[in-house]
Design a protein around this ligand. Structure first.
Ligand code: XMP
Length: 317
């Protein structure tokens, strides 16, 4: 009989045997997988694990500060790195989705490598890889996906010559969440929706500017907070907002407006490989739409994405 407690006991023993007194470095994304993996490794080897959490300027509103605080409260030995400007510079002028992904992956590797070099004698790289990542080439993980898909970009950064330790690579997402709850990881991390490594950069169609990020963060925050307030968040696999590269005509008072359009997306899924759009209540959608248009300057129209995967994908880019 598989139980989280048995899994945790066995994993912690194995990790201790494998790692011994060595040092481990690991990138945290704020997501459930890397958080649970780090907590397991921390339980096994304590502060010989150093975690690195990078602010790439593409996270949700307030996410970096809140998640960093959660990690600190969980007792993890975590270094927060504010690399926002570095990512914005790397993205400047890029519109093609794959170009954006590559620029973000490269920037992440450089930032992470710098941090890994500061840890003396590090021998292992911890990763939050889960079983579907092992069998599918597309991973829903942040840092691990970024690292994998950039294996062949230039020379290998030094941290990639480290031995890899992946304590969750036999589990599915549900199992990871169960283990996370048994480890008493806060619900705001364990129950969190998946979020792509490139973050809001692939939800801003076209080129990225800090101002567009700010607008999308506001829109996304209203939507996600609304889902939570209405008890809908946990019924959805993943949700978010997309900033479209079009303007639409609207009217405010006697004035004609010509402003941005955002799309909302919420899907039900088991593993992200297929997904159905969620039939969110009309009343809820109406209220969120009003809130967004009233509160977020520069947005005058909200649409709801009713496509399923396949043939659409979850993300628009
Ligand atoms: P799609 O859009 O392919 O997304 O249906 C499936 C799942 O993968 C996530 N996703 C990514 N995750 N790096 C990531 O770490 C990426 O480049 C990336 N692209 C998509 C997406 O959010 C969904 O959970």
């Amino acid at each position: 009989d598989w139980t989280s407690d048995v899994f945790i006991d066995i994993s912690v023993d194995e990790l201790r045997q494998k790692i011994g007194d060595d040092k481990v470095v690991m990138g945290l994304s704020g997501g459930v997988d890397s958080s649970v993996a780090a907590t397991l490794i921390h339980r096994a080897i304590g502060d010989n694990l150093t975690c690195v959490f990078v602010d790439n300027g593409l996270l949700r509103k307030n996410e970096y500060e809140e998640v960093l605080k959660s990690y600190e409260n969980m007792g993890l030995n975590v270094i927060g790195v504010d690399a926002k400007q570095r990512f914005y510079d790397a993205l400047a002028g890029l519109s093609d989705p794959e170009d954006k992904r590559k620029a973000i992956g490269k920037a992440f590797i450089e930032v992470f490598d710098d941090e890994a070099h500061k840890i003396e004698g590090v021998k292992w790289l911890g990763q939050g890889t889960i079983y579907p990542d092992v069998i599918e080439s597309v991973s829903v993980n942040g840092p691990s996906a970024t690292i994998k898909s950039h294996h062949n970009v230039g020379g290998l950064p030094d941290f990639m010559k480290l031995q890899v330790v992946e304590p969750l690579n036999t589990l599915f997402k549900d199992g990871v969440r169960e283990v996370g709850r048994a480890l008493e990881i806060p619900e705001n991390i364990v129950g969190r929706h998946p979020f792509p490594g490139p973050g809001l950069a692939i939800r801003i169609l076209g080129d990225i500017t800090p101002e567009k990020v700010r607008v999308l963060q506001e829109v996304d925050h209203i939507f996600i907070q609304g889902l939570k307030d209405h008890g809908l968040y946990d019924q959805v696999w993943q949700a978010g907002a997309i900033l479209l590269p079009v303007q639409s005509v609207g009217v405010m008072g006697d004035e004609r407006t010509y402003e941005k359009v955002v799309a909302l997306r919420a899907v039900a899924s088991v593993d992200g490989m297929t997904a159905d759009w969620v039939h969110l209540p009309y009343e809820f959608l109406g209220q969120i739409s009003n809130d967004i248009i009233n509160k977020v300057k520069g947005v005058n129209r909200v649409v709801y994405d009713i496509s399923s995967k396949p043939p659409a994908t979850i993300e628009w880019e």
